[in-house]
Design a binder for this molecule. Structure first.
Ligand SMILES: C[S@@+](CC[C@H](N)C(=O)[O-])C[C@H]1O[C@@H](n2cnc3c(N)ncnc32)[C@H](O)[C@@H]1O
Length: 224
């Protein structure tokens, strides 16, 4: 049964064609594999228009990326998700719409520099990232030190990060982590209204708002 499910998933992924830029292999951590494999993506060849790139990390089923790409044709979007069985849903939904400014990347955030050139991204979006509440898993949080150092390499000098989360402990921990790792935070709010300017509601956000859970949000840029 497992094999059949996997085969079915592989077929669905294959049908996503050029909307899915790359799929990280299981053997990606093997240095012999990726030293010989030039995974770096030529972004000029990907998008019709040469315009700012926004990267969403942990896009889930892609609702935010699809709506944002429809609303902002002057921005190119790349939505990243590590789970193939989740990102395939996003790709299938987006493929129907044929959006020239939206592409997907099936990989772990940890490996992004194998796919994307340094300083190629003007905005990084962290929507409802997994909070990993156990202290021993803190380094998996997408706002922990190693990830913030990676974002410094991906962002342009004036680039920004936006974060939204329902989890107050994770939010306050993230504020601290941004400050300790060379970022300045701004526009911090502990109760983001659903209709705030430019707010696009994600799948998780919709569930939290239905439960009347307050949404925390901030922006950050590299400290000068
Ligand atoms: C809680 S879900 C939020 C999904 C979506 N952003 C939303 O707001 O509806 C977090 C997503 O991040 C993905 N994720 C977590 N860590 C990741 C990593 N290191 N690399 C890529 N994706 C990751 C998970 O697989 C999951 O789909």
């Amino acid at each position: 049964m497992r094999m059949r499910l996997k085969k079915h998933l592989d077929e669905r992924i294959a049908n996503c064609g050029s909307i899915l830029l790359a799929r990280e292999g299981n053997d990606f951590y093997n240095p012999e594999v990726y030293i010989n494999n030039d995974a770096l993506i030529d972004l000029k060849g990907v998008f019709e228009k040469n315009q700012p790139i926004c990267l969403e990390l942990g896009c889930g089923k892609g609702g935010w990326a699809i709506t944002s790409a429809q609303q902002n044709p002057d921005i190119n979007y790349i939505a990243v998700e590590k789970l193939s069985n989740v990102i395939v849903v996003a790709c299938e939904n987006a493929k129907e719409l044929n959006l020239p400014n939206l592409r997907f990347l099936n990989c772990r955030v940890e490996n992004l520099l194998h796919f994307l050139p340094e300083h190629s991204v003007t905005k990084i979006v962290l929507n409802f990232s997994c909070p990993y509440p156990k202290k021993t898993y803190a380094n998996r949080r997408l706002t922990s030190k190693n990830f913030l150092n990676l974002y410094k390499k991906l962002l342009t000098a004036s680039g920004i990060i936006t974060q939204k989360t329902d989890n107050l402990d994770f939010f306050e921990w993230s504020i601290d982590s941004f400050k300790q790792n060379g970022f300045e935070t701004f526009e911090i709010t502990y109760d983001l209204p659903p209709n705030a300017p430019d707010n696009v509601i994600t799948e998780y956000e919709r569930k939290f708002r239905e439960q009347h859970i307050k949404i925390n949000a901030l922006k950050a840029h590299i400290a000068f």
